[in-house]
Design a binder for this molecule. Sequence first.
Ligand code: ADP
Ligand code: MG
Length: 210
Amino acid sequence: MDEAEFCRLWHLFQEVIDGNKEYLNSLDAAIGDADHGTNMARGMEKAVAACDQPEGGLRVTAKAIAMAMLSTVGGASGALWGSGLLKFAAAIPEAVACSDREFAGAVDAFVSSIRDRGKANLGDKTMVDVFLPARDRLIAGVEAGEALPAIAEVLAEATAAWALETKDLIALKGRAAYLGERSRGHVDPGAFSSSLWFLSLSRALAERSG
Ligand code: ADP
Ligand code: MG
């Protein structure tokens, strides 16, 4: 992945988050405090500005996006995305491009950070329900020699399904956990927005081959 594709990913994510802002707020209204769409949209607006800087390399860009999210998203998701992206930045090469393996390694560092910080397991009805299996599928695909755009296309569809599957779960982490059994029957907002990141990744890489 090169820096142009990386920035395209964040621009596409900003657009799709903005387009789903009210929907994400409505998901959060059901099991939280109705701000997830607003939080993410505010953060992404600031984050994409980091991509409009002259070429600084992948690590510098990722770090700037992390800082933008840490300072503007707020809430649980802001801390998790921001600190996760700092680990992503530390793992990605400084260069203007990286291999698929290096990209997968950086996503792995991101997911590990979210798990270390948030302590959520698979099935706790959080963004981890999307990112954990996606990380595993990404690494397996890269190891098997699949092309990154093809892996991303699979993940766009799979993560959308995994996000919807959080509907049947009881929340065990985050604000929604206070609702206990009443959290069942609603899609987790953070899981849904996370699936949009993989949709953006697939769109950014689909543009590679035209
Ligand atoms: P807040 O809950 O502080 O209002 P947001 O509404 O922006 O923050 O984000 C809520 C989302 O954050 C949830 O839908 C869930 O996916 C995610 N989340 C909350 N707590 C955790 C956690 N401990 N681990 C992983 N993800 C979490
Ligand atoms: Mg909220």
